[in-house]
Every structure is written in C-alpha cells, then in structure tokens.
Design a protein around this ligand. Structure first.
Ligand code: ISE
Length: 337
C-alpha cells in the first residue's frame, strides 16, 4: 500500500520534495498539499492530483493523510511538527527542527509523551555517499585519531532576508549536525570569529563570512567557514585531520576540461543539485520506514534539538563579542539512544 503524504509549505524545497516524492520515490503518493499562497498551492495540487488545503493543521488532521512533510519557512516548522505529533503521524521536518531552543524542548517532550519516535529532521547530509564514505574511513581507523576538522560552507549568493543569525541557524546548522554525526562526538564549547566583512554581501544585520569554532568532548577542534556570497558556486568542504593521516570529503564528480591554456572543472551553483543523491536516498528511507510502521532512521528530534541549542550558543557568543562559551548539553534520554 502507498503511504499517503501531506506536504505543508511549497517554497523551493517543498516543491522539490513534492516532485521527488511523486516521480522518484517509490511506495508513496502526495495526497495533499498546504500552502499560504493559494494560487501556487492550487496549481501544484492540480499538477500532482493532490487535495489543496489553505490550512496546514487541517491537512495534518485529515484522515486521508498518513504522514506529514513540513517544508514551510523555518519559524513555522515547530507548529506543524507539534500538530503531527498530536495527530500521531510520522513527520519529516526540513531543517532546522525549530528556530528556538524552547520549541525544540516542547517537541521532544511531546514525542516522549507519545511514546514512540515519529519525527525525522531533514539533515540530508547524513545520507550523502561522500559523507558516508568519510565516516567509514574514520571508523576504520585509517587516519588514526581525529584531532582537527577544517570545514567550509559557501553559498553562491544569499536571499535579501539573510541575517547573521540565519547564517548560523539556517546554513551553519548543517555543519553542526553532520560533524557530530561524523565524529560520533558531542560539543563542549563554541565560538564565532568574525573576519573582515565581504563587500559583496555587505548589508545591515549580516556579518559575512563568519567562522564557527567548536571543541568536542574528545578534544577535537573544528573550524567552519560559513559564507553567503562566494560568487563562484556552492562549495562544501570538509577535511578531517587524524594522528595517522587526513581524510577529505570528495567533491561531486565533474569532467576536467583543458582548453585555451586552462584546466577547469565545474562547480555546482546550488545545494539542491549538490545534494540531490542525498535527498533521494533520505526520502526513500523515510518513506520505507513510515510505510512499514517503523520509527524513522534519520536525524531525530533530539538531533534537531542539539543542533538548535549549539547554534543558539554560537549566536549568543557572536552577540557578546565572540569569546568562547561552554555548550552545556543535557543528558540524552534513553528514548533517544
Ligand atoms: C539552505 O537553506 C539549505 O538548507 C542548504 O542545504 C544550505 O547549504 C544553505 O546554506 C541554506 O541556506
């Protein structure tokens, strides 16, 4: 039987996921969509033979929807995740789980009260074959004990709404999640270092680039450059330095061309294409689990909470002038182990 999914929010990633669920992922059907822009919502509903709802909560509570996907703008994520938990339906929420720590705490409390895990957070990099291979390399001990990580997250350009805070809570949050997953470690302190401002992204309220510095329980030191305006493409780098060698995340394959005394390889312009394989694997995995009545296998509400908490401490650190701050993580409940 096909899993009947309701998608709340039809911005860029929502539309991408509706298309992916309809054309690529097996075992499911987009049965309903909800969108505040009624014209867009009705158009997409018609295109995919789905029912249109103007109200996301009404979609979630509808008996024809068995599982929910939340792809609204970030500040509305928590509301729809809570509604899905109350409706006892599996919910896939794009990152971040919520923009505020308290909202994440409410979600993990509600999920524990429900008594089964129904929330998966869209940290798709955990499914990326490159990151998977990097994790395997570390696990097998090929580079010895990891000591340092150098990472960078460069967007080609940013939306007019981008702020210093969002740069960490919306972009940096991927790095925060994938690095603790990769290293199988937890953060103990963090800091934000502000280099010279880029002239390209100069605008009120946006410090760009920023460097997030993190230290883990095992003593690994991490630096992550977050840039919103590389101008040349979407570029994600990660190098792990161990005491026996180093391991680096592979770039996506690209043909090397030599012409006119130059040697070039293309760089992707956007994250949708850079991580397309990760998104495909992630959504198939989510559907397979939900369809078979299994708890989700991807990033949990707890992982979403830890990412939000870490981003929050880093934000405080930047606001207070950049001194390193302790990251006090609560004890992980057995429910999330
Ligand atoms: C965007 O919202 C995403 O989720 C992308 O994966 C990320 O790389 C980008 O920086 C974000 O703005």
């Amino acid at each position: 039987m096909e899993l009947r999914i309701g998608v709340v929010g039809l911005g860029a990633i929502g539309r991408d996921h509706v298309q992916r669920l309809s054309r690529r992922i097996t075992g499911c059907k987009v049965a309903a969509v909800a969108e505040v822009n009624e014209k867009v919502g009705r158009e997409i509903a018609g295109q995919y033979d789905a029912k249109f709802y103007a109200d996301g909560e009404e979609l979630i509570n509808s008996p024809e929807v068995q599982a929910v996907m939340v792809t609204t703008w970030d500040p509305a994520h928590a509301q729809y995740v809570m509604a899905s938990i109350k409706a006892n339906k599996p919910v896939f929420c794009e990152k971040p789980l919520a923009t505020e720590v308290e909202a994440c705490e409410e979600i993990i409390r509600a999920e524990q009260e429900l008594g089964r895990r129904v929330v998966q957070v869209g940290f798709m990099r955990r499914y990326d074959p490159g990151y998977q291979e990097l994790k395997k390399t570390i696990r097998e001990g090929k580079i010895g004990q990891p000591m340092i990580v150098h990472a960078c997250h460069r967007n080609m350009s940013h939306a007019a709404t981008m702020t210093s805070e969002m740069s960490i809570k919306n972009s940096g949050v991927h790095e925060i999640d994938v690095l603790r997953w990769l290293l199988e470690d937890e953060y103990v302190s963090g800091q934000v270092v502000l280099p010279r401002q880029s002239r390209i992204s100069a605008k009120e309220g946006l410090q760009d680039p920023q460097i997030m510095m993190l230290r883990t329980q095992k003593g690994i030191c991490i630096d992550v450059e977050i840039s919103q305006s590389s101008g040349y493409g979407y570029d994600i780098q990660c190098e792990v330095v161990g005491d026996l060698g180093t391991a680096r995340l592979p770039d996506p394959p690209s043909v090397a061309t030599k012409t006119n005394c130059s040697h070039t390889t293309a760089i992707m312009p956007d994250w949708q294409n850079r991580f397309i394989e990760a998104y495909n694997i992630e959504l198939q995995d989510w559907v397979d689990h939900a369809r078979n009545g299994l708890e989700p296998a991807g990033a949990s509400a707890w992982d979403g909470y830890i990412a939000c908490l870490t981003a929050h401490v880093l934000g405080q650190c930047r606001a207070e002038g950049g001194m390193a701050k302790e990251i006090k993580l609560p004890q992980r409940p057995g429910f999330y182990c």
